[in-house]
Design a binder for this molecule. Sequence first.
Ligand code: SAH
Length: 258
Amino acid sequence: MNTMNAGKVTLVGAGPGDADLLTLKAVKAIQAATVLLVDDLVSHDVVALAAPGTRVIHVGKRGGCKSTPQAFIEKLMVMAAREGENVVRLKGGDPLIFGRGGEEVEHLRSEGVAVEVNNGITAGLAAANALGVALTHREHAHGVLFVTGHARSGGEGPDWRALAAAARDARLTLVIYMGVGGAERIQRELLSALPASMPVAVVQRASLPDERQCITTLGDLHGTIAREQLASPAVIVIGDVVGGVAAAADAAAQARTA
Ligand code: SAH
Protein backbone atom coordinates (compact mmCIF):
# COMPACT_ATOMS: atom_id res chain seq x y z
CA MET A 1 0.00 0.00 0.00
CA ASN A 2 1.29 3.47 -0.83
CA THR A 3 1.20 5.18 2.54
CA MET A 4 1.54 8.61 0.90
CA ASN A 5 -1.94 8.11 -0.53
CA ALA A 6 -3.40 6.39 2.51
CA GLY A 7 -6.66 7.90 3.54
CA LYS A 8 -8.19 7.59 6.92
CA VAL A 9 -11.49 7.02 8.63
CA THR A 10 -12.95 9.31 11.27
CA LEU A 11 -15.91 8.08 13.29
CA VAL A 12 -17.86 11.22 14.03
CA GLY A 13 -20.57 11.55 16.65
CA ALA A 14 -23.53 13.29 15.01
CA GLY A 15 -25.24 13.89 18.36
CA PRO A 16 -28.94 13.30 19.03
CA GLY A 17 -30.29 15.26 16.06
CA ASP A 18 -30.06 19.02 16.56
CA ALA A 19 -27.10 20.07 14.39
CA ASP A 20 -26.22 22.82 16.88
CA LEU A 21 -25.13 20.07 19.27
CA LEU A 22 -22.24 18.96 17.04
CA THR A 23 -18.72 19.63 18.27
CA LEU A 24 -16.57 22.00 16.22
CA LYS A 25 -14.29 19.06 15.55
CA ALA A 26 -17.23 17.11 14.11
CA VAL A 27 -18.24 20.01 11.85
CA LYS A 28 -14.68 20.37 10.55
CA ALA A 29 -14.42 16.63 9.92
CA ILE A 30 -17.76 16.55 8.04
CA GLN A 31 -16.73 19.51 5.89
CA ALA A 32 -13.36 17.91 5.07
CA ALA A 33 -14.82 14.49 4.18
CA THR A 34 -14.61 13.16 0.64
CA VAL A 35 -16.79 10.15 1.49
CA LEU A 36 -19.54 10.29 4.10
CA LEU A 37 -21.14 7.08 5.38
CA VAL A 38 -24.32 7.99 7.21
CA ASP A 39 -26.29 5.99 9.78
CA ASP A 40 -30.06 6.08 10.23
CA LEU A 41 -30.38 8.31 13.21
CA VAL A 42 -28.26 11.11 11.78
CA SER A 43 -30.39 14.14 10.96
CA HIS A 44 -30.52 15.78 7.52
CA ASP A 45 -29.25 19.07 8.96
CA VAL A 46 -26.03 17.35 9.97
CA VAL A 47 -25.52 15.67 6.59
CA ALA A 48 -26.22 19.03 4.90
CA LEU A 49 -22.94 20.35 6.33
CA ALA A 50 -20.96 18.20 3.89
CA ALA A 51 -19.11 20.03 1.13
CA PRO A 52 -20.61 19.89 -2.37
CA GLY A 53 -19.22 16.93 -4.25
CA THR A 54 -18.84 14.72 -1.17
CA ARG A 55 -19.96 11.15 -1.85
CA VAL A 56 -22.77 10.60 0.65
CA ILE A 57 -23.78 6.98 1.27
CA HIS A 58 -26.73 6.19 3.54
CA VAL A 59 -26.19 2.85 5.21
CA GLY A 60 -29.09 2.74 7.67
CA LYS A 61 -32.21 0.59 7.59
CA ARG A 62 -34.73 3.43 7.68
CA GLY A 63 -33.84 4.59 4.18
CA GLY A 64 -36.48 2.20 2.87
CA CYS A 65 -34.33 -0.84 2.28
CA LYS A 66 -32.94 -3.34 4.73
CA SER A 67 -30.02 -2.28 6.87
CA THR A 68 -26.70 -2.48 5.03
CA PRO A 69 -24.88 -5.46 6.50
CA GLN A 70 -22.24 -4.42 9.00
CA ALA A 71 -19.51 -6.41 7.23
CA PHE A 72 -20.23 -4.51 4.01
CA ILE A 73 -20.00 -1.13 5.74
CA GLU A 74 -16.67 -2.11 7.25
CA LYS A 75 -15.37 -3.29 3.87
CA LEU A 76 -16.50 -0.05 2.24
CA MET A 77 -14.63 2.05 4.81
CA VAL A 78 -11.42 0.05 4.37
CA MET A 79 -11.61 0.21 0.56
CA ALA A 80 -12.30 3.93 0.46
CA ALA A 81 -9.50 4.71 2.93
CA ARG A 82 -7.07 2.62 0.89
CA GLU A 83 -8.04 4.59 -2.19
CA GLY A 84 -6.89 7.70 -0.33
CA GLU A 85 -10.34 9.02 0.56
CA ASN A 86 -11.00 11.02 3.69
CA VAL A 87 -13.80 8.85 5.03
CA VAL A 88 -16.17 10.15 7.69
CA ARG A 89 -18.45 7.65 9.33
CA LEU A 90 -21.34 9.63 10.83
CA LYS A 91 -23.01 7.86 13.72
CA GLY A 92 -25.88 9.06 15.90
CA GLY A 93 -25.05 10.34 19.37
CA ASP A 94 -21.55 9.30 20.42
CA PRO A 95 -19.92 6.82 18.02
CA LEU A 96 -18.75 4.55 20.82
CA ILE A 97 -21.96 4.31 22.85
CA PHE A 98 -23.82 1.29 21.45
CA GLY A 99 -24.34 1.31 17.67
CA ARG A 100 -21.31 -0.92 16.89
CA GLY A 101 -18.72 1.86 16.83
CA GLY A 102 -16.35 -0.25 18.90
CA GLU A 103 -16.52 -3.09 16.37
CA GLU A 104 -15.82 -0.69 13.52
CA VAL A 105 -12.74 0.75 15.24
CA GLU A 106 -11.42 -2.76 15.93
CA HIS A 107 -11.96 -3.81 12.33
CA LEU A 108 -10.23 -0.73 10.91
CA ARG A 109 -7.27 -1.15 13.24
CA SER A 110 -6.96 -4.83 12.35
CA GLU A 111 -6.82 -3.82 8.67
CA GLY A 112 -4.11 -1.26 9.40
CA VAL A 113 -6.34 1.71 8.49
CA ALA A 114 -5.78 4.94 10.42
CA VAL A 115 -8.85 5.69 12.51
CA GLU A 116 -9.86 8.57 14.73
CA VAL A 117 -12.99 9.10 16.81
CA ASN A 118 -14.76 12.41 17.49
CA ASN A 119 -17.15 12.42 20.44
CA GLY A 120 -20.78 13.33 20.11
CA ILE A 121 -23.52 14.02 22.63
CA THR A 122 -25.09 10.67 23.39
CA ALA A 123 -28.90 10.34 23.39
CA GLY A 124 -29.05 9.57 27.11
CA LEU A 125 -27.42 12.87 27.99
CA ALA A 126 -29.56 14.78 25.50
CA ALA A 127 -32.68 13.16 26.99
CA ALA A 128 -31.67 14.10 30.54
CA ASN A 129 -31.03 17.66 29.45
CA ALA A 130 -34.40 17.82 27.68
CA LEU A 131 -36.05 16.69 30.92
CA GLY A 132 -34.03 19.06 33.06
CA VAL A 133 -32.83 16.09 35.10
CA ALA A 134 -29.37 15.70 36.67
CA LEU A 135 -28.66 11.99 36.20
CA THR A 136 -26.18 11.99 39.10
CA HIS A 137 -27.92 14.43 41.44
CA ARG A 138 -26.11 13.67 44.68
CA GLU A 139 -29.25 13.60 46.80
CA HIS A 140 -30.59 10.74 44.71
CA ALA A 141 -27.86 8.83 42.87
CA HIS A 142 -24.23 7.79 43.11
CA GLY A 143 -23.90 7.14 39.42
CA VAL A 144 -25.59 6.25 36.19
CA LEU A 145 -25.73 3.15 34.02
CA PHE A 146 -26.21 3.27 30.25
CA VAL A 147 -27.86 -0.01 29.29
CA THR A 148 -29.15 -1.47 26.05
CA GLY A 149 -32.70 -2.82 26.03
CA HIS A 150 -31.96 -4.84 22.95
CA ALA A 151 -30.31 -8.24 22.90
CA ARG A 152 -27.90 -9.04 20.07
CA SER A 153 -29.53 -11.47 17.69
CA GLY A 154 -29.00 -14.93 19.15
CA GLY A 155 -27.32 -13.39 22.18
CA GLU A 156 -28.39 -12.64 25.70
CA GLY A 157 -29.76 -9.29 26.75
CA PRO A 158 -28.92 -7.58 30.00
CA ASP A 159 -29.70 -9.23 33.33
CA TRP A 160 -32.51 -6.88 34.37
CA ARG A 161 -32.90 -8.38 37.82
CA ALA A 162 -29.22 -7.84 38.58
CA LEU A 163 -29.48 -4.29 37.23
CA ALA A 164 -32.55 -3.59 39.35
CA ALA A 165 -30.76 -4.80 42.47
CA ALA A 166 -27.69 -2.73 41.62
CA ALA A 167 -29.78 0.37 40.93
CA ARG A 168 -31.48 -0.05 44.30
CA ASP A 169 -28.45 -1.05 46.40
CA ALA A 170 -25.87 1.25 44.83
CA ARG A 171 -28.35 4.06 44.05
CA LEU A 172 -27.77 4.20 40.33
CA THR A 173 -29.90 5.89 37.69
CA LEU A 174 -30.72 3.62 34.73
CA VAL A 175 -30.66 5.08 31.23
CA ILE A 176 -31.99 2.54 28.77
CA TYR A 177 -31.36 2.81 25.03
CA MET A 178 -33.37 0.76 22.50
CA GLY A 179 -35.80 -0.16 25.25
CA VAL A 180 -39.30 0.81 24.08
CA GLY A 181 -39.92 -2.42 22.16
CA GLY A 182 -38.99 -4.59 25.13
CA ALA A 183 -40.52 -2.37 27.81
CA GLU A 184 -43.00 -4.94 29.08
CA ARG A 185 -40.27 -7.39 30.03
CA ILE A 186 -37.94 -4.67 31.29
CA GLN A 187 -40.71 -3.36 33.57
CA ARG A 188 -41.60 -6.82 34.86
CA GLU A 189 -38.03 -7.78 35.68
CA LEU A 190 -36.98 -4.43 37.16
CA LEU A 191 -39.98 -4.67 39.52
CA SER A 192 -38.17 -7.61 41.16
CA ALA A 193 -36.09 -5.06 43.09
CA LEU A 194 -37.44 -1.57 42.36
CA PRO A 195 -40.80 -0.19 43.54
CA ALA A 196 -43.71 0.32 41.14
CA SER A 197 -43.74 3.97 42.21
CA MET A 198 -40.18 4.57 40.96
CA PRO A 199 -40.28 7.65 38.68
CA VAL A 200 -39.57 7.04 35.01
CA ALA A 201 -39.27 9.34 32.00
CA VAL A 202 -39.37 8.39 28.34
CA VAL A 203 -37.92 10.86 25.85
CA GLN A 204 -38.52 10.27 22.17
CA ARG A 205 -36.44 12.10 19.53
CA ALA A 206 -34.58 14.20 22.10
CA SER A 207 -33.34 17.56 20.76
CA LEU A 208 -35.45 17.38 17.58
CA PRO A 209 -38.43 19.67 16.84
CA ASP A 210 -40.87 16.77 17.36
CA GLU A 211 -39.33 15.65 20.66
CA ARG A 212 -41.78 14.05 23.11
CA GLN A 213 -41.45 13.45 26.84
CA CYS A 214 -43.64 11.30 29.07
CA ILE A 215 -43.28 11.08 32.82
CA THR A 216 -44.61 7.93 34.43
CA THR A 217 -43.72 5.26 36.99
CA LEU A 218 -42.03 1.89 36.65
CA GLY A 219 -45.36 0.17 37.38
CA ASP A 220 -46.96 1.93 34.40
CA LEU A 221 -44.02 2.07 32.00
CA HIS A 222 -45.32 -0.36 29.41
CA GLY A 223 -48.87 1.02 29.72
CA THR A 224 -47.63 4.56 29.12
CA ILE A 225 -45.61 3.56 26.07
CA ALA A 226 -48.63 1.75 24.60
CA ARG A 227 -51.15 4.53 25.41
CA GLU A 228 -48.91 7.34 24.20
CA GLN A 229 -47.66 5.30 21.24
CA LEU A 230 -44.07 6.11 22.07
CA ALA A 231 -41.64 4.65 19.59
CA SER A 232 -37.98 4.40 18.70
CA PRO A 233 -35.72 6.36 18.91
CA ALA A 234 -36.39 6.90 22.59
CA VAL A 235 -34.50 6.72 25.85
CA ILE A 236 -35.97 5.55 29.16
CA VAL A 237 -34.64 7.15 32.34
CA ILE A 238 -35.41 5.36 35.61
CA GLY A 239 -34.59 6.59 39.08
CA ASP A 240 -35.28 8.98 41.89
CA VAL A 241 -33.52 11.73 39.92
CA VAL A 242 -36.70 11.87 37.79
CA GLY A 243 -38.75 12.57 40.94
CA GLY A 244 -38.49 16.35 40.65
CA VAL A 245 -39.92 16.52 37.14
CA ALA A 246 -42.50 13.87 38.07
CA ALA A 247 -43.72 16.07 40.96
CA ALA A 248 -43.86 19.11 38.66
CA ALA A 249 -45.85 17.11 36.08
CA ASP A 250 -48.30 15.99 38.81
CA ALA A 251 -48.75 19.56 40.04
CA ALA A 252 -49.40 20.79 36.49
CA ALA A 253 -51.97 18.00 35.92
CA GLN A 254 -53.74 18.85 39.20
CA ALA A 255 -53.82 22.54 38.31
CA ARG A 256 -55.44 21.66 34.97
CA THR A 257 -58.20 19.59 36.59
CA ALA A 258 -58.81 22.04 39.48
N1 SAH B 1 -24.63 5.97 19.55
C1 SAH B 1 -25.97 6.41 19.87
C2 SAH B 1 -26.86 5.27 20.29
C3 SAH B 1 -27.13 4.26 19.19
S1 SAH B 1 -28.29 3.05 19.65
C4 SAH B 1 -25.89 7.48 20.97
O1 SAH B 1 -24.82 7.66 21.56
O2 SAH B 1 -26.90 8.14 21.22
C5 SAH B 1 -29.80 3.77 19.08
C6 SAH B 1 -30.66 4.21 20.25
O3 SAH B 1 -30.24 5.47 20.74
C7 SAH B 1 -32.12 4.41 19.93
O4 SAH B 1 -32.84 3.19 19.89
C8 SAH B 1 -32.55 5.26 21.10
O5 SAH B 1 -32.69 4.50 22.28
C9 SAH B 1 -31.33 6.16 21.26
N2 SAH B 1 -31.49 7.44 20.55
C10 SAH B 1 -30.78 7.88 19.51
N3 SAH B 1 -31.15 9.14 19.17
C11 SAH B 1 -32.12 9.49 20.04
C12 SAH B 1 -32.88 10.68 20.25
N4 SAH B 1 -32.74 11.76 19.49
N5 SAH B 1 -33.79 10.69 21.27
C13 SAH B 1 -33.94 9.61 22.05
N6 SAH B 1 -33.25 8.47 21.90
C14 SAH B 1 -32.34 8.41 20.92
